[in-house]
Ligand binder design. Sequence first.
Ligand SMILES: Cc1cc2nc3c(=O)[nH]c(=O)nc-3n(C[C@H](O)[C@H](O)[C@H](O)COP(=O)(O)OP(=O)(O)OC[C@H]3O[C@@H](n4cnc5c(N)ncnc54)[C@H](O)[C@@H]3O)c2cc1C
Length: 507
Amino acid sequence: MSENQSFDNNSNSIYDVIIIGSGLGGLISGNILQKKGNNVLIIEKNDYPGGYYTSFKRNGFNFDVSLHWTGGCEEGGIVYNILRKFKSENCVEFIKLNELYHWIDQQNYIDFYASTSLPEYIETLVEIFPKEEADIKSYFDLYCNIFDPTVIKRLSKKKISEIINPHFSNPIIKNVILAPLGFFGWPPDDLSAVFSIAFSTFHFSQGAYYIKGSAGAFSKALADIFIKNGGILKYGTEVNKLIFEGKLISGVITKDTEKIKKNYYSHVVIANSNPTLLINNLSSIGDLPSMYAEKIKKREPSLSAINLYLGLKIDLKDYGIKDYMIWTPLYRDRNSDDLKEDLYKADYSGIPIGSITIYSNIDPTCCPEGKSLISVLSYATPEPFQKIYDPENRNNEKYTLLKNKIAEQLIETISKILKIPDLKSHISVMDLATPITFGQYSNNPRGSIMGWQMSVEQFTNPLSQKTPIENLFLCGQWTTGAGGLPSVARSAEAASKLAMKYLKEKT
Ligand SMILES: Cc1cc2nc3c(=O)[nH]c(=O)nc-3n(C[C@H](O)[C@H](O)[C@H](O)COP(=O)(O)OP(=O)(O)OC[C@H]3O[C@@H](n4cnc5c(N)ncnc54)[C@H](O)[C@@H]3O)c2cc1C
C-alpha cells in the first residue's frame, strides 16, 4: 500500500460513485461528491495522485511536471469557488505572478514583460510597435467583449487567423499575441477564434498563479482531504473494463500491480481517464452506441511536448536572472509547415522553445539554497519517438540517444537566451520527458498535454460530461473546456452535479 493510500473497509459494498483516475478532474469531482455525503471510490493506475498535476524529486530538486501558471485561485475566482465547495480553497498557497512572462525575441531585439493587466499589456505593445497603435487597440477591443453572446455568435465559426491577419501585417506582433496558444493546436493560427481570445484574456480577469510546493503538493492536498472525508483512493490499480448490465454500468474490473483482478461495483461511474480509452479498451463493441464511439474516434488530440528538467549547481539570481517565466517566439521567421517538418524529425535546433521556467525564482523551496531549478518546454509529436521506442526493451539505446541529442539542442538554445555560455557545466540533475513519457504516465492518446485540439470544429462540438450511458459521466481536460486547472475544475464540478442528479432520481 503506498504512503497515503486509504484503507478500503468497504470492499464488498456498492459505492455510490467510482471514479477512474485521480487526475485533477477525478480529485475535484471525488471531493465534491464525498463532501456531499456520497460514498466514493477513486481508482488510480499510478502510485500517486494528480495525473499531469504532479512533481518528482531528484537529489534535493522537486521538479514540477506540468504547472507553469494557472488562474482563478483567489477569492471570487473560478478555481477558488469550486475548491470552497469542499473547504479546500486554502489547502495550498497560491503565489500570485506580478507579470505573466518575460518576452525575449533576440532575433528582432524585442524584450518586454507581459503584464497581467490588459490596459498595461496593451500599453507595452503600443510602446514596442508604435506604428500599429490603432490596429492593436481595435484588435484588443474584441478581448474586452469576447463574452458578449453576439460577439461569440459572430466569431463562433472563425479561426483566430481570420481575425488576427486582417489586423496585423507584421508577423512579429502576431508571434507575441498568439504565444500562449501553441499547445492547444497546431498550427496555432488554426485554432478557434472564440477559444483563443477567451483563453488569452483569462489571466487578465482571473489573475495568474503558481502553487507553492508544486502542482504535486496541490494534488496531494486534494487527495488527503478526500481521504479525510471518508473517500477511498486506490493507487497502483488500473481499470481494464467497465461492467455493463443492460443499458447501464454496474462497476469496473481492475488489475493491480501484482496483476490481481478485482471487480468493484457502483451506481455511477465517472471517467477522468481519456475517452479514447473508454471506447478502445474499457468497453466492447456494442456496449456504447456506435455513433458516440465514432464521434470520439474522429477527434484530434492537441500537441504533446518535450520537457527538459534541469537542476543547476548555481543560483541564476547571481547571474542577474530573476525572471520566473521566459517566453520566446513560436514561429520565429519560419512558417508552420517548416516547423511541422522539424517536429516529425524531432530536430530541436529548428523548433522554437515555448518557455523557460525558473521555478527557484518563484518558489525557493523547490531546490537547495544556492541552486536553481529550470524546466524548458517545447512542442512535440509522438511519431519520431514511437518509431524507435520499444516498451519491452529496458535499454532503448536509440531512444536514449535521441533524448540526449534533444537535451543538448535545448541546452544550447537556452544558454544563448540566458547568456550563460557554459550553462551545461553547471547542471547537476537532468531529465527529459517526451510524448512517450506523457502518454505512459497518463494513458493520454499521443501524449497530448491539453486534451483535444481547440480547432473551430472541436471547440464548437465539445464532448459533454454526459454520455449515452445514463450512469456514465466524463470529467477532465477531454470534456467541455480544455486543459488547465480552471477548465478541468469546471468539468469536474459539472460531472459531479450530473452524478448527484442521477443518484437522487434513479437510486
Ligand atoms: C508539460 C505540461 C505542461 C502543462 N502546463 C500547464 C499549466 O501551466 N497550467 C495548467 O493549468 N495546466 C497545464 N497543463 C495541463 C494540465 O496539467 C492538465 O490539463 C490537467 O492536469 C489534466 O487533468 P485531468 O484530470 O483532466 O487528466 P490527467 O492529468 O490526464 O489525469 C488522468 C488520470 O487518470 C489516470 N488513469 C488513466 N487511465 C486509467 C485507468 N485505466 N485506470 C486508472 N487510472 C487511470 C491517470 O493515471 C491520471 O492520473 C500542462 C500539462 C503538461 C503535461
